[in-house]
Design a protein around this ligand. Structure first.
Ligand SMILES: [Zn+2]
Length: 248
């Protein structure tokens, strides 16, 4: 009963429902992207989530971080704790494992170990490349998702089956050279559109229907959505160092 309307959609169906309910999903970041990913996943029936973020809710977050309220900001709540509380109000039986820390090279392997998929929800170039490399090593698919201003980019990365973030960007850009919420601002519409596309890709991966080598770019103000083919890059770590590691 709870999920009958989404199961009724033929492109989703019982297969995607079961995949969501049986998967462990790790979310790196609990800001605009991460809190919305978690909320939609729990509403849709995901039962096992992990969320990591060391940040606290501020009043400037509320316009785009839909799970948080003025009270959370006034109380300077840790984002992962406030999110967990709200998520359990949506489904009291969900298992939400929170890590009130920023993801670093020291703790990422432990955080993603055993997850079926990892969702990028950071606003930080370094953390994103760390996610790429750790997921390649562990054989766990992840979905790159970057948002800034009115634009977003989404690319699923599946170890052993297609390009990775280093195929797309051979040299990680400097923090100040990449568009992010701090230097470009961010619209809530950009966030909701990105999360919708990211979760669709996640469900495709979990049901074995992933689209590898596809970068989705959009501008929600135009509106314009483009799909760009991304090849596996000669000499990339995903082709050499990690080539024998397959998506489990
Ligand atoms: Zn690569």
């Amino acid at each position: 009963m709870r999920h009958e309307k989404q199961i009724a959609v033929p492109k989703f169906g019982i297969k995607a429902q079961k995949a969501l309910e049986e998967s462990t999903i790790a979310i790196i970041g609990c800001g605009a992207l991460g809190s919305l990913q978690a909320e939609m996943l729990v509403r849709m029936g995901a039962k096992n989530l992990r969320i990591a973020d060391g940040d606290h809710v501020t009043i400037g977050n509320i316009h785009r971080q839909l799970l948080f309220t003025e009270a959370h900001a006034e109380e300077k709540r840790l984002k992962v704790e406030a999110a967990k509380e709200e998520l359990l109000r949506i489904n009291r039986n969900a298992e939400i494992l929170t890590k009130p820390r920023y993801i670093t090279s020291e703790n990422i392997d432990d955080f993603i170990n055993g997850a079926d998929i990892v969702l990028d929800a950071v606003d930080d170039v370094e953390a994103r490349f760390l996610t790429n490399d750790s997921c390649l090593k562990a054989g766990i698919p992840w979905i790159y998702t970057g948002v800034a201003g009115s634009q977003g980019m989404i690319m699923p990365v599946i170890p052993g089956e297609g390009p990775c973030l280093r195929c797309l960007y051979p040299h990680p850009p400097e923090k100040e050279d990449s568009a992010n919420c701090a230097n470009s601002g961010i619209l809530p519409m950009t966030v909701t559109m990105a999360v919708s596309m990211q979760l669709t890709q996640a469900i495709k991966i979990l049901t074995g229907e992933a689209e590898t080598g596809t970068l989705i770019k959009f501008d929600c103000m135009e509106p314009k959505v483009r799909k760009i083919r991304v090849p596996v890059r000669e000499g990339c770590a995903c082709r050499d160092e990690y080539k024998t590691i397959k998506y489990k």
